[in-house]
Write a protein that binds this ligand. Structure first.
Ligand code: C2E
Ligand code: CA
Ligand code: CA
Length: 398
């Protein structure tokens, strides 16, 4: 859209505040791209999500009528491009408009003003949009707050990585670690990834978190050898989402980070899920091929859960198959789980992949997996995910 006079195009990141309740209202904002949420703080401090506005929608439109303070906060929940329209600019344009349009516009705005400010005395008047939207569940608000806090957490370095050893079933020794993210929340303590990774994905923040995780875990590998004399060439597995891989410079970025840290790309395994392969098979193949060319290896995580990509699994350059822990859990009790594990191992072998069993919690499971020809295992039977300090102690006592 071409902009005239004093209207300006502005950009907001997910979690950014576009304006605050109580601020003077001098601008309306037309959303060109992205989604924003309207939130009201009540006198008792309670916050309430009133509505969403996305591309083509408008927020803060009351400012076109009066300079009264804003009655709600507006925050971007995805990156937003907005056009700010100053009231005086709008008035000038309205004054210049065709008299009929001007009159209709003024009547509409005045009516709208009464509706949204709740001053209508007409009991049969339609429910204002805001009040209707106020019925939206608080969960939506939680998401916004977590998104906002998460952005801070990335900036303030409140994210942590825990490392869980992956053991060779042949030698019984660790061959690698999986990096698992935690969030050291200022008030809520150490949070597990299930409570924030999906929100990080939805808001796009995952890309920043993933970059941080790679830099941090590469530095950790360097510290193991440089500061602690732990020089085995263990591999490091990191979890990635479709959003990470869809960035055209993903493999190049990873390569540069590893080269800065002097870590060979062969030591890094990208864990991806079947879902990514199904969402965008062609994109995934291209991206993974580029990663393979730089020397990285690829593991298919949670294999066997939910989505089935069996028919085209052979098209993806995958080195390692990770059997989901739900099958491992049941293998000693249910014939069906055992049968599935045997089938997955045969499939992986046929496709020339090596195999990690996840969620191994007992010696019996480990022995059975070993007998079935599974290469590696990961689970509480060997070690829980742990901080870098604990990992160093664990490695030193082996
Ligand atoms: P995942 O990739 O399948 O990771 C394995 C999960 O199983 C971890 O949970 C781990 O703590 C848990 N686990 C390991 N051994 C056992 C066991 O013997 N028994 C049981 N019951 N659980 C076991 P965690 O750390 O809570 O992570 C949950 C999920 O969050 C991960 O599942 C992964 O999908 C996601 N995630 C974690 N870190 C990251 C990250 O840095 N980026 C992304 N995109 N996702 C991450
Ligand atoms: Ca994983
Ligand atoms: Ca997994």
């Amino acid at each position: 859209m071409a902009l005239h006079s004093r209207s300006k195009r502005q950009y907001f990141l997910a979690g950014d505040t576009i304006f605050r309740q109580g601020d003077p209202g001098d601008y309306a904002y037309l959303i060109e791209e992205g989604t924003a949420q309207i939130i009201r703080t009540h006198p008792d401090g309670r916050e309430q999500v009133l509505a969403h506005r996305s591309a083509g929608g408008i927020v803060g439109e009351m400012a076109l009528l009066s300079s009264q303070p804003r009655t709600a906060h507006v925050r971007a929940i995805t990156p937003c491009t907005v056009i700010s329209i100053p009231r005086d600019d709008f008035q000038t344009r309205l004054d210049r408009a065709d008299p009929m349009i001007k009159m209709v516009m003024q009547v509409m705005l005045a009516r709208y003003n009464i509706l949204v400010s709740g001053e209508s005395t007409d009991q049969n008047a339609p429910m204002p949009d805001y009040a209707e939207a106020a019925l939206i569940h608080h969960k939506a608000f939680d998401t916004i707050r977590i998104t906002h806090d998460l952005k801070e957490a990335i900036l303030n370095q409140d994210l942590r990585l825990f490392y869980q050893p992956i053991i060779s079933l042949t030698t019984g020794k660790p061959v690698g670690f999986e990096a698992l993210m935690r969030w050291q929340h200022p008030t809520r303590g150490l949070l597990n990834p299930v409570s924030f990774i999906p929100i990080a994905e939805d808001s796009g923040l995952i890309v920043h978190a993933s970059r941080w995780a790679l830099t941090e875990s590469a530095a950790m590998l360097a510290r193991l050898s440089d500061h602690h004399g732990l020089t085995d060439p263990w591999f490091l597995s990191l979890n990635y989402t479709g959003l990470d891989l869809s960035n055209p410079s993903f493999s190049e970025d990873v390569k540069n980070t590893l080269s800065d840290a002097q870590i060979a790309p062969e030591r890094i395994k990208l864990e991806i899920t079947e879902r990514m392969l199904i969402d965008d098979p062609e994109g995934a193949i291209q991206s993974l091929e580029r990663c393979k060319q730089t020397g990285l290896t690829v593991a298919l995580d949670d294999f066997g859960t939910g989505y089935s990509s069996l028919s085209y699994l052979h098209r993806f350059p995958i080195d390692t198959m990770k059997i989901d822990r739900s099958f491992v859990n049941g293998m000693m009790k249910q014939d069906a789980s055992m049968t599935l594990i045997k089938a997955i191992i045969a499939l992986a072998r046929g496709l020339d992949m090596d195999i990690v069993a996840e969620g191994v919690e007992s010696g019996d499971e480990a022995a059975a997996l070993r007998a079935l020809g599974c290469d590696m295992a990961q689970g509480y039977h060997y070690a829980r995910p742990m901080s870098e300090d604990d990992l160093i102690l664990w490695l030193k006592q082996l």
